[in-house]
Ligand binder design. Sequence first.
Ligand code: CS2
Ligand code: MG
Length: 402
Amino acid sequence: MKIVDAKVIICCPGRNFVTLKITTEDGLYGLGDATLNGRELAVASYLSDHVVPLLIGRDARRIEDNWQYFYKGAYWRRGPVTMASIAAVDAALWDIKAKSLNTPLYQLLGGASRDAVLVYGHASGHDVEDTVKAVAQFQKSGYKAIRAQSGIPGLASTYGVHSGSGHYEPAEKDAPPENVWSSEAYMTFIPTLFARLRKEFGEELHLLHDVHHRLTPIEAGRVGKSLEPYHLFWMEDPTPAELQESFQLIRQHTTTPIAVGEVFNSIFDCQQLIQEQLIDYIRATVVHAGGISHLRRIANFAELYQVRTGCHGATDLSPVCMGAALHFDLSVHNFGIQEYMPHTSETDKVFPHAYSFRDGVMHPGDEPGHGVDIDEALAAKYPYQRAYLPVNRKSDGTMHNW
Ligand code: CS2
Ligand code: MG
């Protein structure tokens, strides 16, 4: 089954997406998400200028060999750009393989291990009461798991809080917006948010929170301990994870479950975190962690250490990634939860899909492949618009983690 064409489709239906489309001599095509928020053109060029010329003529059925060819063959291994490119090739080839067998992708991954996929939504508010209202809205929509992010008294802005439109999209046109951060203000405030949420919603609702890499390990230990009375489903990205051993310090101080990994692009980014059981959920996902093939490796390794999956699913991961991830989620044994931020209606029109949400869970659908398509004519109406994620500085101007 020779590959006869491969092209990179860049579009911006509300935000930028990069999609790889691979076509075989049989006329089958597969799609892979290659979106790297704020650095989209780097991946588009890596694919168009370096990968696509080598794809033509290769056998689309040889998913594993193609993965190894583009991983080992690059010499310069790993990194977000390389691994997002390999991910797009991998996901597109799995899509083609499943279509050629006229079967939904999850059937090739071992079949369904559950009837549906538990997801969590993003509730946010400018203050505690605003956040309570947002959580209530999500609960009313059927979510059984809800992430809560709130504005912090004294800070003009913070991560995860929409600017008023209700839809949170962090990347902004032109230069990166500069936010100001105070860990002290955050650490004092955050327990009051979850005390209020538990008082309002009781003990059953799964509550999640994203620290977004902003604390030191000991500060994360303090926050984790302060949140223990509210038994969160997880505290996410408590501290930057380049130094994986940092999480030993957090683990010594708190039993609040920890989720990490949306920025990881290979198993080596989380090998120690998993092996030493320093985390409870691994957030790596299809588009950033080398595709379905590599994500399965990470999940299978994590299973040995009772670490569950919690794939990233923000709006800067396209519906193509969402669809592929849901097939993975439906099948993988040590599934934990899937993040689900619904895309805008214009994005959903560009990327028609079979997946669906109902009553707090999702299903990828039973279309052959991963069940997501692209309307190229419509995509062409939304040209790329340079956009950047914000940067974060401490109040004295020191650069911090966003
Ligand atoms: C966040 C993301 O969803 C999350 O957990 O960490 O929204 C993240 O900020 C964006 O994906 C960055 O592009
Ligand atoms: Mg996150």
